[in-house]
Design a protein around this ligand. Structure first.
Ligand code: ADP
Ligand code: MG
Length: 331
């Protein structure tokens, strides 16, 4: 039995009534296409991410308000990672018959809240029924002047490697959920409702600070690997510099486990970037302005693809696995 009590068109009408206006979106929900007008001289940056029930989330672990927030945030995170200003989001949802109208409403509320916070608007999408679980597919559009766009390709030997915020919180929460334990609330929130680092990404890009940048969705080592491949360089990470939150430390795991999680745990949605030594002053200023720590965790080296880890100056072994991969055994 369908528990929604409303059809596709009613859902879309209600959603349309809740959408904000924007100077970039000339026409939003309601016609066959949205019409966007780019600010003069700016480039359009576009990204898509899916969230599929049982792959990316479980309904017994997340509520729909959090799921709505996360669906917007993970897409905005990709825009942040290239220095773009979010402008418009498109939301495709497949809704199974057992979803309630209240849950769907909560989902849209969370999604629109995060859009609003980043000054982007929902400009279109698609709504259909599902015979399986809930499927969500979001496309996010952002703009930036060409000089502010940061790719993965520009890291140079001698550049510092930096991360925003703290690492490993989300991974700990997921690990505890998977083993039937209730994670500490602060860590659970970081897993269920990650924050996209939109402001800091845009500030860094506009200031021309990063030589390369990426958001950490699959784990620090895995995502750093993408920068190394694209830039044809290597890296040394000083693991005792990895930023860990007080809440993560308070869990009481030994250092080895904490660092391992910070290196390989996914879904931090922090930014990882490289910058030359002379950018340190500007990085510190931006960190103060946006009130978010930015920590130097290592240095780019010459040998393409090679990663070394040190602890208190001594070499230490790489973790067995680097991060989450779809289609691998156990995924
Ligand atoms: P069409 O069949 O022409 O694709 P739809 O009936 O799917 O049109 O959609 C009508 C309008 O509602 C379009 O502007 C579309 O972008 C918008 N829309 C549909 N579903 C959603 C959604 N989940 N979120 C935002 N906009 C939506
Ligand atoms: Mg359609």
């Amino acid at each position: 039995m369908n528990r929604l009590g409303q059809g596709e068109f009613e859902i879309i009408e209600q959603l349309k009534a809740r959408c904000e206006s924007s100077p970039v979106v000339r026409l939003g929900i309601g016609d066959d296409c949205a019409i966007l007008q780019l600010p003069p001289g700016e480039l359009l940056l576009t990204t898509t991410d899916m969230l599929i029930e049982s792959i990316h989330f479980r309904r017994d672990w997340t509520d729909f308000l959090s799921l709505g927030r996360k669906s917007a945030a993970v897409n905005l995170s990709d825009l942040a990672a290239m220095g773009a200003l979010p402008r418009a989001l498109f939301l495709a949802v497949a809704i199974p018959a057992d979803l309630t109208a209240a849950d769907l409403d909560l989902f849209f509320t969370g999604f629109l809240e995060v859009c609003h916070a980043s000054k982007a608007v929902l400009a279109g999408g698609d709504t259909c029924s599902s015979k399986g679980g809930v499927s969500i597919c979001v496309t996010a559009l952002g703009t930036a002047p060409e000089t502010a766009v940061v790719r993965r390709t520009g890291a140079h030997p001698g550049d510092g490697i930096y991360v925003t915020g703290t690492l490993g919180d989300s991974a700990l929460a997921l690990q505890w959920l998977m083993t039937g334990r209730t994670p500490p609330p602060e860590l659970l929130k970081r897993h269920l409702e990650p924050t996209a680092r939109v402001e800091v990404g845009r500030r860094l890009g506009t200031a021309g600070v990063p030589t390369a940048m990426i958001d950490i969705s699959d784990g620090l080592l895995a995502d750093l690997g993408h920068i190394l491949t694209a830039s044809r360089v290597g890296a040394c990470i000083e693991i005792d510099r990895l930023p860990l939150s007080p809440a993560l430390r308070a869990v009481g795991d030994d250092d080895h486990l904490l660092y391992d999680r910070a290196l390989t745990g996914g879904e931090d949605y922090e930014l990882l970037f490289t910058a030359p030594p002379e950018a340190q002053g500007e990085i510190d200023r931006i960190a103060t302005d946006v009130d978010l720590p930015i920590t130097r965790v290592g240095t780019i080296s010459e040998t393409c693809g090679e990663v070394t880890l040190t602890h208190a100056g001594s070499l230490c072994p790489l973790p067995q696995h680097k991060g989450y991969k779809h289609f691998s055994a156990g995924a």
